[in-house]
Design a protein around this ligand. Structure first.
Ligand SMILES: *Cc1c(COP(=O)(O)O)cnc(C)c1O
Length: 434
């Protein structure tokens, strides 16, 4: 299309003049794959239409929240009714209590929650609470896991084993990350070494149990078992960042997947976002009562928010959670996602393409690698130029996946069997052309 008629390009040009990179969150700019971001005009069910009027089958779904697809009638009605009654009060409302009850009902490890507005805020606050409750400063995070953009979490591994991290962003002073240890995901030996050295100073280990910010990498069951044991032995808290996996991979979230393999397993704190807001700015963190009561106004750990528990956002989140709690919802969603992943895997095999894929509930990932990677370094061995060609091949034909090879994919209940079949058929053509 010429620049004159490409509305996406026109909008991108206007945006770039006013907004850094033309976007309000970096991955939207397509830097990893090149080309012009699609500006979304409207969306319905499994589809959105871009500024040129092209329809796309949406496998991003706002990076996970749209588990019911776009514009689900009952969610839409709940949001419209809530908006009629007022946008924000800075005072408590009934729906905050309803949503807290709905969250706690499905997560046995969570007795109390605090609602916030973004996953970043939730993870940052959870870490403050872990530090406040334990009186310790050190935290462990894993390379390739993303926990939002709080300063202390924008950190990558230093050289050598279990060394302190380096900031990954300008503007983060080294002193701010000096208590953040960055370890390799799924590396039991490194974790043991870190605990041996710093166990008594560790406030928490924060982890994405299924890491969706390096595409789709599961923490192995032995690794998770050992993390749980070490945290318990040393009095550190195991914090599950389920902003992406929460109410997405199962009604009981990723922790229920690990509890199946490890009876009695539970994290000490859970960070939530994305699906619990149903597409509105809403996130949360929660855990046992005794821990959560360290938060202001009851305890000494300060945390607050003007728009926290927003009445329209809670209406959206509550309606979404009520829909996904219906019997059979996750069985159907999981089956659909599995069909997609199996279809893509078969199509890649026909094309002789190295390909490995995995999924859980409504979340999936695939790699242009002969086998599933176990950590960030292995993920980054993916063929990036080839991924770029794959991405644009799908995009041109109306299949919208994440514009970076380190991002997960999402299926919603609105994706029909025909949508999945169409996607696999398009992918088959694109795989052959690579
Ligand atoms: C998206 C995400 C966050 C950050 O949430 P925002 O709402 O974007 O601030 C944190 N942790 C994980 C695991 C995420 O996927």
């Amino acid at each position: 299309m010429t620049p004159n008629t490409d509305r996406n390009q026109q909008l991108f040009d206007r945006a770039k003049a006013l907004i850094p990179g033309g976007v309000n969150s970096p991955v939207r700019a397509f830097r990893a794959v090149g080309g012009t971001p699609r500006f979304v005009q409207r969306a319905q069910g499994a589809y959105f239409w871009d500024a040129n009027g092209q329809r796309h089958i949406d496998y991003i779904g706002s990076w996970g929240p749209m588990i019911l697809g776009h514009g689900h009638p009952r969610v839409l009605e709940a949001v419209q009714r809530a908006a009629q009654d007022g946008f924000s009060f800075g005072a408590p409302t009934e729906r905050e209590v309803d949503l807290a009850e709905e969250i706690v009902r499905h997560l046995p490890s969570v007795e109390m929650v605090r609602l916030v507005s973004s996953g970043t805020e939730a993870a940052m606050s959870a870490i403050r609470l872990a530090r406040g409750a334990t009186g310790r400063s050190f935290i462990i995070k894993f390379e390739g896991c993303y926990h939002g953009h709080a300063d202390a979490l924008l950190v990558k591994a230093g050289s050598g084993l279990a060394t302190f991290g380096h900031p990954t962003s300008a503007g983060v002073p080294p002193e701010v990350v000096q208590h953040t240890l960055v370890l390799e995901y799924n590396n039991v030996a490194q974790l043991e070494e870190a605990f041996a050295r710093h166990g008594r100073e560790l406030a928490c280990v924060i982890i994405e149990p299924i890491a969706g910010n390096m595409n789709f990498v599961r923490a192995s069951v032995p690794f998770m078992k050992r993390a749980r044991e070490l945290c318990t032995q040393h009095g550190a808290l195991l914090v599950f960042d389920e902003v992406m996996t929460g109410f997405r991979v199962a009604l009981g979230s990723a922790q229920s997947v690990y509890a199946k393999a490890l009876p009695g397993f539970a994290p000490d704190m859970t960070v939530l976002g994305k699906v619990i807001g149903g597409g509105m700015p809403l996130a949360a963190f929660g855990g046992p009562r005794a821990l959560m009561e360290n938060l202001a106004p009851l305890g000494p750990v300060y945390q607050a928010g003007t728009l926290s528990g927003n009445p329209v956002a809670t209406a959206c989140g509550l309606a979404t959670l009520q829909e996904i709690a219906r019997p059979g919802f996750f069985e159907a969603l999981g089956k659909k996602t599995r069909t997609l992943v199996d279809g893509l895997t078969a199509a890649a095999a026909e094309a002789g393409l190295p390909f490995a894929a995995d999924c859980e509930g409504g979340m999936f990932g695939f790699f242009l690698l002969p086998q599933l990677p176990q950590n960030y370094a292995a993920v980054m061995k993916s063929d990036s130029p080839k991924f770029g060609r794959l991405f644009h091949g799908l995009l041109d034909r109306g299949v919208y996946i994440a514009p970076a090879l380190y991002e997960a994919g999402f299926v919603s209940s609105a994706h029909s069997d025909a949508d999945i079949a169409e996607t696999v058929s398009i992918a088959r053509d694109v795989f052959r052309s690579l």
